[in-house]
Design a protein around this ligand. Structure first.
Ligand code: BG6
Ligand code: MG
Length: 222
């Protein structure tokens, strides 16, 4: 029996933290004298903290030294963590907890594939830390999405073939990362933006086992 796995991004897929990243980055931009739109913010999704800062500074035509950038990265994370502190189970996005349970009960492995260095503490806060068979986050990766590294590391740790993995992502960069890994990608959120995904749903409450691309009569291990 071949193994199969579902790999979940964290921010914007399992928890509603994408809006907190946006608020904190916007506060930083405003403090440096410029602003950016929610549309521009789409291209930051899935991107590491340090790379996001470089993109935002380029939007504002602001040049900083390495030391100044390090300070702003700390400040942004502190602003972000102020929001994270308020989180509890209610911050889990609709259907996420339930779909994870369904997938686990069907005998599939599950992994977290996130760029965030705050992933473990967020999962702990919302009570989902012990649900995952593997967790690959921003403390373990060296390359940012759209590089496939985060997802191939998940599959390698689980011992599952890449072609037998499906990735759930709210970021364009994440969909690209999954496709480059040879995995199927399902979009969470805007169907127009995530048009390279197999299909997109508004949230995981719209997902069922039957919609998984590798589901057929031989897949479910009973
Ligand atoms: C990704 C988010 O999941 O994690 C990005 O989509 C964020 O917006 C990145 O920049 C890094 O997160 P953190 O928590 O390490 O700053
Ligand atoms: Mg995300």
């Amino acid at each position: 029996m071949e193994g199969y796995a579902c790999i979940f991004d964290l921010d914007g897929v399992i928890v509603d933290t994408a809006k907190y990243h946006f608020l904190a980055w916007r506060k930083l931009a405003n403090a440096l004298g410029f602003d950016f739109t929610e549309n521009q913010n789409e291209s930051l999704k899935g991107i590491s903290r340090a790379e996001s800062l470089d993109i935002i500074l380029a939007w504002g035509n602001v040049e900083l030294t390495h030391a100044e950038k390090d300070e702003w990265l700390k400040t942004k994370n502190n602003w972000y963590l102020e929001h994270v502190l308020t989180m509890n189970e209610e911050a889990i996005l609709p259907g996420a907890k339930e779909f994870i349970t369904i997938v686990k009960n069907a005998g599939f492995k599950i992994a977290l594939g996130s760029a965030s260095k705050n992933a473990v503490s967020i999962l702990e806060k919302v009570g989902l830390l012990n649900q995952f068979d593997a967790i690959i986050d921003g403390t373990k990766t060296t390359k940012s999405k759209p590089d496939p590294q985060v997802f191939t590391m998940c599959a390698d740790e689980l011992g599952i073939a890449y072609k037998n993995c499906v990735v759930f992502e709210d970021a364009e960069a994440g969909i690209e990362a999954a496709l480059s890994a040879g995995m199927a990608a399902i979009g969470i959120g805007n169907k127009t933006i995530l048009n390279r995904a197999l299909f997109a749903v508004n949230d995981l409450s719209e997902m069922t086992l039957e919609k998984l691309p590798f589901i057929n009569s031989n897949t479910i291990p009973h």
